[in-house]
Design a binder for this molecule. Structure first.
Ligand code: SF4
Length: 325
C-alpha cells in the first residue's frame, strides 16, 4: 500500500488506538479543526526531508493500532501490514505551526461544526503574542483562525489586532476568517501572506442547508479578490466531502475554485454536531476525489507545495495532491 492509499484508509477511519510506550506528550487536544473538543489526536508522519503526515483522533475502540515504540518512533498496524513512521510533536494545534483560534465559539450554527457548542472564550492579542513567542523556535508559520463571537466586524477587528502583533517575527502569517467586504485588502495591507475563506459545501443548496446565515457569494468575492492580492497558490478554501454532494458536484466545485486560482482543501467529513449520524466518506471516494482534485490543480497550474501556512502546509486532515503523492 503506498502512502496516499494508506492515508485515505486512515482518513476514512479517522481514529487509531494508541498502544506501546506512553505518548501523552504527542497528544494534542484542540478546540479547533475537525476534532475540536474530542479526546485528543496525534500526528503520524513518514519521511524526513519531505514529511507526509496524517492527523488521527485517539480512540481506544479503533480497529487500527498505532504503536508508540518510544522517542516518537511509531508504527501503524492495519490489515496485517506494518507502516513505520513517527509521532510528531505539536507546536500549537499542529506540527511546525502556531495555528491559533482567536475566538473560540461562534454566533453561527453550521450543522457540521462542534465549535458553537463549546464555551465561548476570546484570546487577547497579548495572550496570542505570548503563545507565538513561546513556540517561535519550533515553527515555520503562524496561522490564525477565529469563530465569530459578538459580531463578524468585532471579530475581524480582534484578528487584525493580533496580526499586527505577530507579523514581525519573520514567519509567514496565514489567516482564515469569515470575510467582510474588503477583508482581503485589510489583511494584505498588514502583511498577511495567505488567506483561507471556506466555501465548506460543494453546492449552493448544501450551503443554504448547512450554513444558515452565512453568505456564499461574499466568500466567493473574497476568494476572487484574494488571488489578485496574495497570488496563486496562496489562497485556499475548505470544502467538506460527505455532506450529500455527488462526485460530479464536488468535481464542479473543485474545477471552479481551481479555475479562479484558489487551491481547494477537500476535507473528509468528521461526523459530529448536527452531522453526527452522517457516514464518513469511504477511502475509495477520498482517493477518487483526490485524483479529480489533482487533475484540476494541474490544469490550472496550481501547486499546493508552494503553500506556506494553514491546512495546505499542514496536510494533517486531508489528502493534498503534490504533498501526499
Ligand atoms: S490540516 Fe488544518 S485543521 Fe487539520 S490539523 Fe492541520 S492545520 Fe489543523
Amino acid at each position: 500500500m503506498n502512502w496516499s492509499r494508506l492515508k485515505a484508509r486512515l482518513l476514512a477511519a479517522g481514529r487509531v488506538r494508541l498502544s506501546g510506550e506512553p505518548a501523552d506528550c504527542f497528544v494534542e487536544r484542540s478546540r479547533a479543526g475537525p476534532s475540536a473538543g474530542s479526546g485528543g489526536s496525534v500526528f503520524f508522519s513518514v519521511g524526513t526531508g519531505r514529511i507526509r503526515r496524517v492527523r488521527l483522533s485517539v480512540d481506544p475502540a479503533s480497529e487500527i493500532e498505532l504503536v508508540h515504540l518510544g522517542g516518537g518512533r511509531a508504527e501503524i498496524r492495519l490489515d496485517g501490514e506494518i507502516f513505520e513512521g513517527q509521532l510528531e510533536p505539536v507546536a500549537l494545534h499542529c506540527p511546525r505551526q502556531a495555528y491559533i483560534t482567536i475566538s473560540e465559539g461562534c454566533i453561527f450554527r453550521c450543522t457540521y461544526c462542534p465549535v458553537p457548542s463549546q464555551e465561548a472564550r476570546v484570546k487577547s492579542p497579548e495572550e496570542v503574542a505570548a503563545l507565538v513567542k513561546r513556540v517561535l523556535p519550533h515553527i515555520d508559520a503562524i496561522s490564525l483562525t477565529s469563530g465569530v463571537v459578538g459580531s463578524v466586524e468585532e471579530d475581524e477587528q480582534r484578528v487584525l489586532e493580533v496580526v499586527k502583533r505577530v507579523v514581525g517575527h519573520g514567519k509567514p502569517v496565514g489567516v482564515s476568517i469569515y470575510p467582510l467586504e474588503n477583508t482581503p485588502r485589510r489583511l494584505h495591507a498588514l502583511g498577511v501572506a495567505e488567506v483561507k475563506f471556506n466555501l465548506e459545501t460543494a453546492t449552493r443548496s448544501l450551503f443554504a442547508e448547512h450554513c444558515p446565515g452565512l453568505d456564499r457569494e461574499a466568500l466567493c468575492r473574497a476568494l476572487r479578490e484574494s488571488v489578485g492580492l496574495f497570488g496563486r497558490n496562496h489562497v485556499f478554501s475548505n470544502v467538506i466531502l460527505g455532506l450529500g454532494e455527488t462526485d460530479e458536484e464536488m468535481e464542479h466545485c473543485i474545477e471552479e475554485l481551481c479555475a479562479a486560482g484558489v487551491i481547494p482543501v477537500i476535507r473528509p467529513l468528521t461526523p459530529t454536531a448536527g452531522c453526527s449520524d452522517y457516514p464518513r466518506p469511504s477511502a475509495a471516494r477520498i482517493e477518487k476525489i483526490n485524483a479529480v482534485h489533482e487533475r484540476h490543480l494541474a490544469l490550472a497550474g496550481l501547486d499546493p507545495t508552494e503553500a506556506l501556512t494553514m491546512c495546505v502546509a499542514c496536510t494533517g486532515c486531508d489528502l493534498v495532491p503534490g504533498r501526499d503523492t
